[in-house]
Ligand binder design. Structure first.
Ligand SMILES: CC(C)(COP(=O)(O)OP(=O)(O)OC[C@H]1O[C@@H](n2cnc3c(N)ncnc32)[C@H](O)[C@@H]1OP(=O)(O)O)[C@@H](O)C(=O)NCCC(=O)NCCS
Length: 165
């Protein structure tokens, strides 16, 4: 059975293990890298989970998917939020976990921010089609957004308008 809930400080171990697995397996899907996060103390991760909204999806009590919401803080940009760090364990893909996580973050963001932004590797067709299903629209293409070794990754910029109709 799948259950989505907000992760808290006590979930830091499970969260960090899943996040590191994602960074290792899909270096081109995230702005951060395994090397940068592998030694992060659990206490730092626990603090971040208390301070920010991160949704987790569990199957039979095991964490299998994660997605975060970051809200801008300055006066002129705090009407915007960013959805980041979306990752589903390979053994649990295609079951709607990603869909539930995005839905949870959108629900959390609605009423708090007017625009929800994200960036996604331009070649990540699965993720892009998932975001489009929720109404995210492309607003730009960032060439050479990530540099991994000698290679570059272009990223698609997507936005969802959350203002009430
Ligand atoms: C992108 C990612 C998060 C999607 O997670 P997921 O849990 O597999 O997503 P969903 O199951 O909700 O949807 C993915 C696909 O499964 C299909 N699907 C959803 N529910 C389904 C079901 N019950 N039965 C069969 N297929 C289903 C969807 O139609 C979708 O297919 P499509 O790409 O052809 O449209 C996951 O592939 C992942 O972690 N990838 C690596 C990291 C990454 O790319 N993160 C995004 C960074 S921006």
């Amino acid at each position: 059975m799948l259950q989505v809930r907000r992760l808290r400080g006590g979930d830091a171990g499970a969260y960090q293990a899943l996040r590191l697995a994602g960074l290792r397996l899909h270096p081109d899907a995230f702005g951060s890298s395994w090397e940068e996060e592998a030694d992060r103390p659990l206490a730092t991760t626990a603090e971040a989970l208390e301070a920010n909204y991160v949704a987790g999806c569990e199957r039979d009590g095991a964490l299998i998917g994660i997605a975060g919401l970051r809200r801008a803080t300055s006066v002129k940009t705090r009407h915007r939020g960013v959805i980041w760090g979306i990752y589903v364990d390979p053994a649990a893909r295609g079951l709607g976990v990603g869909e539930r996580l995005i839905a949870a973050v959108i629900e959390q963001a609605r009423g708090q921010v007017e625009d929800l932004l994200l960036t996604v590797s331009a070649h990540n067709a699965t993720a892009i089609s998932l975001y489009r299903r929720f109404g995210f629209e492309d607003y730009g293409l960032d060439h050479r957004s990530l540099k991994i070794g000698d290679g570059y990754v272009d990223e698609l910029l997507m936005k969802l308008d959350l203002r009430p109709a």
